[in-house]
Design a protein around this ligand. Structure first.
Ligand code: ATP
Ligand code: MG
Length: 251
């Protein structure tokens, strides 16, 4: 048990969830590395949701509400860190949840599916269709899900996969703490925030925006500029580091 008073409580709690996920066969070994990279970026963002992230989260919810076939793609880390919340978000948005992993084994797919189903969620994982043009196992998708999706939310995603989704004409929404990653740069909407903060924010936004008409949702998207969001996130890192550097001299 990590004491709540520990200065790195939230970060340690996430590590615990990832390790628990590894022991349950949900998270892959490389998932540990991905978490480490995410943590490093979270640290230099001050471990909080910035204004640019909230804007992206709002635009993402609007895009998912406007979509004909919205799908939330879930990998091992996403399931371990925010499985329950992703299922709740899918329900509010009327979106499908599909398991999609980089290090493909049928067993891990089933484990993640079973884990998510505990949250009273219908989970797609048929692996019965292919996205052409991708070598890795991630080309394998569900014919009722990503194959026919027009908008896909991809938390903690690899760049190759994001690229292929774009090539297949899908609108891609990424959650990625690294604004310099290929995924972050390629996505239509990039949420530079920790998944454990982003998804609860999106749940609240989804409840709020569900009552809006299509015109209002389209207006949110029309005003959204992903290049500006990426720019602002990199500037936020620079400013945070400058502030920290100054503080060192003051103490
Ligand atoms: P790319 O292929 O897009 O350039 P990458 O190879 O650097 O990315 P991957 O391991 O493929 O990284 O994907 C993991 C991504 O998820 C990383 O960019 C990491 O910053 C991000 N990430 C890890 N943990 C979290 C988290 N808890 N919340 C949000 N993002 C996270
Ligand atoms: Mg990668």
């Amino acid at each position: 048990m990590i004491p709540k008073s520990h200065p790195r409580y939230h970060s340690l709690l996430q590590r615990e969830k990832i390790i628990e996920g590894l022991n349950k066969g949900i998270v892959s070994q490389s998932g540990l590395i991905a978490q480490g990279r995410g943590e490093a970026f979270d640290y230099i963002l001050g471990e909080k949701t910035h204004e640019f992230a909230l804007k992206a989260e709002k635009a993402a919810v609007a895009a998912l509400l406007l979509a004909k076939h919205p799908v939330i793609s879930v990998n091992g880390n996403a399931a371990a860190l925010a499985g329950k919340e992703l299922c709740e978000l899918a329900k509010i948005l009327d979106a499908k949840v599909e398991v999609n992993i980089f290090y493909f084994t049928k067993e891990r797919i089933e484990r993640i599916k079973e884990y998510l189903e505990k949250f009273d969620c219908e989970v797609l994982a048929a692996c019965d269709a292919e996205l052409k043009g991708l070598e890795s196992a991630r080309r394998i998708v569900d014919s009722r899900g990503i194959l026919i999706a027009d908008t896909v939310l991809v938390p903690l995603e690899d760049g190759d996969r994001c690229e292929i989704l774009k090539k297949h004409g899908k609108k891609v929404i990424a959650i990625d703490l690294n604004p310099l990653s290929r995924t972050a740069r390629m996505a239509d909407i990039t949420i530079v925030d920790n998944i454990v903060r982003a998804v609860p924010n999106m749940i609240e936004l989804a409840k709020e925006l569900k009552g809006k008409n299509r015109n209002e949702l389209e207006q949110i998207l029309a005003e959204y500029d992903n290049k500006k969001i990426l720019h602002d996130s990199i500037v936020a890192i620079r400013d945070y580091l400058s502030e920290m550097a100054s503080k060192i001299l003051q103490t």
